[in-house]
Design a protein around this ligand. Structure first.
Ligand code: UDP
Length: 243
């Protein structure tokens, strides 16, 4: 079974382990664990870490190619990516193109209603509080980021989600919503963490088939089947557009 690289462990998350490589870089090990509902539901799915590390790598490389900088540096092993070290903000930035999940619960809108323009939300990463939604006043009150940082994060998240939405469209996938995390690297905010079907919702454009972590959350089918389908479709879409 894949293991995290040796070294000082900086962070042990539900689905990832971060170890220090040198002062400027970290190794991001993608675990086979999958959790939902604040870790009340948990399973180990052998192979999930490798596939999520591959999907994240493909997407980070793509984003860089369209001018969106991020922390990815190189692959270390099938489940580990080397990335720039960043001081993570305890925030999740969610961009929504279509209603789903907590937005449906919060608003009462029917699931799969278009959000045009996309909806941007911030969540405060605090397991003991259940990761509450926060607005820019709360973020300032908590001293998590400045007003300018919040505006910058909103614009960056929207631009990044837009680029991924277009790529997914070419792969026959409908990007419903997506979560990003950012950190400070040499003083600047940088896109970090992972981008995978654990952190977004993806549906087949034609059939509506669910291909993301809702497979696990809602017991809808085989998670690895869905994630493998996402990876192969993204790879085909990227191959088609390379010269
Ligand atoms: N999300 C995530 N990590 C979290 C919470 C949400 O990656 O801790 C992602 C989730 O997979 C979805 C989007 O953010 O793509 C919006 O999630 P939502 O607020 O609907 O919460 P959920 O109902 O998924 O718990």
């Amino acid at each position: 079974m894949p293991q995290p690289t040796a070294g000082v462990q900086l962070y042990q998350g539900k689905a990832k382990t971060v170890t220090l490589n040198d002062a400027q870089t970290v190794n991001l090990f993608f675990k086979d664990d999958v959790t939902a509902f604040n870790a009340q539901k948990h399973r180990v799915i052998p192979g999930k870490g490798c596939i999520n590390s591959r999907i994240s790598e493909v997407l980070f490389i793509y984003l860089r190619s369209v001018g969106i900088s991020n922390h990815y540096l190189k692959r270390i092993d099938p489940a580990t990516l080397q990335c720039q070290r960043a001081e993570m903000l305890p925030l999740e930035v969610v961009v929504r193109f279509v209603t789903a999940g907590s937005l449906v619960k919060r608003t009462g809108l029917p699931p799969l209603s278009p959000c045009d323009p996309p909806v941007i939300e911030f969540y405060y990463k605090r397991d003991d509080l259940g990761d509450p939604i926060v607005n820019s006043d709360h973020i300032r009150l908590l001293n998590l980021a400045s007003v300018e940082d919040v505006a910058h994060l909103s614009a960056q998240a929207l631009k990044t989600a837009g680029a991924l939405h277009r790529l997914c469209g070419r792969a026959g996938l409908n990007l419903i919503d997506i979560k990003f995390e950012y950190g400070r690297h040499n003083g600047a905010l940088i896109l970090a963490d992972e981008i995978s079907p654990d952190s977004c919702r993806l549906h087949d454009r034609k059939t509506g088939r669910i291909l993301d972590k809702d497979l696990f959350r809602r017991d809808l089918g085989d998670l690895l089947d869905g994630y493998n389908e996402v990876l192969s479709r993204l790879q085909s879409a990227l191959l088609e557009e390379s010269p």
